[in-house]
Design a binder for this molecule. Structure first.
Ligand code: 13P
Length: 257
């Protein structure tokens, strides 16, 4: 069975002090839920202080981005070498980075390779926008994002990664996909494409999350779906009680407690 994984993407929210207090508030409850992998992804500047709070726990720390070069004249960028040893995970290719910062499937591919070669686990985001969705292009678009993003990777590399299906129209809108709809896209445009490219065993092993307006009151709908192994949570990960509820309900939905 695939171990469910719930990750909180804090985006550009929380100062260092606020990040520390959010983690302190959720930590006891988060630690009490078993069987679900839990990841928090604060902004870069808060990573070191959150890492200190998570030391000796099984809660994982993730960054929200990285650059592919190890060092050099790349003002403002953060390298995989800097994240190595500090983080376990790194979100790559979030739609906000594609939309506002010019990231493409090619840069996503370079970042995935850089993360993997530095022992960081990528959480790779894919998903269509509203126009594509309404035009019936979701499956072809998401499949292509997977094909291009994963180009040149080995079976072993893909197996350990996490993919997040985040339809852009569902992010921050309060209008989530349906569980059945997300499950269908995850199956046909992600898991089956991984199967074709990397084999059925890899497709069966890789964990795929849903993201987009996930809240305590809809998480069970997603986690009850057979192809959905977790969630990438934005807004609701900024409130300790909501994030803890999402983690707890996910464990229950998968029959783990
Ligand atoms: P929301 O949960 O705020 O819709 O954000 C989803 C997301 O983009 C997580 O990466």
């Amino acid at each position: 069975m695939r171990v469910p994984v719930i990750a909180g993407n804090w985006k550009m929210n929380k100062t260092i002090l606020e990040a520390e207090s959010l983690v302190k508030e959720m930590l006891p409850e988060l630690l009490s839920v078993k069987g679900v992998e839990r990841v928090v992804c604060p902004p870069f500047v808060a990573l070191a202080s959150v890492a200190a709070l998570l030391r000796d726990t099984d809660i994982k720390l993730g960054a929200q981005n990285l650059f592919w070069e190890e060092k050099g004249a790349y003002t403002g960028e953060v390298s995989p070498l800097m994240l190595q040893g500090l983080c376990h995970d790194v979100i790559i290719g979030h739609s906000e980075r594609r939309q506002y910062f010019g990231e493409t499937d090619e840069t996503v591919n370079r970042k995935i390779k850089a993360a993997l070669s530095h022992g960081l686990r990528p959480i790779v985001c894919v998903g269509e926008n509203l126009d594509q969705n309404e035009a019936g292009e979701t499956e072809s678009f998401v499949s292509l994002q997977i094909e291009k993003g994963m180009a040149g990777l080995s079976v072993a590399q893909v197996r350990g990664m996490i993919i997040a299906y985040e339809p852009i129209w569902a992010i921050g809108t309060g209008k989530p996909a349906t569980g059945v709809g997300a499950n269908h896209i995850i199956k046909t445009a992600i898991r089956e494409v991984i199967g074709r490219l990397f084999g059925l065993e890899t497709a069966a092993a890789i964990r795929i999350q849903y993201g987009g307006s996930v809240k305590p009151d809809n998480i069970v709908e997603f986690m009850s779906q057979p192809e959905i192994d977790g969630a990438l949570v934005g807004g609701a990960s900024l409130k300790a009680s909501d994030f803890v509820s999402i983690v707890r309900l996910s464990a229950q939905a998968k029959g783990l407690c």
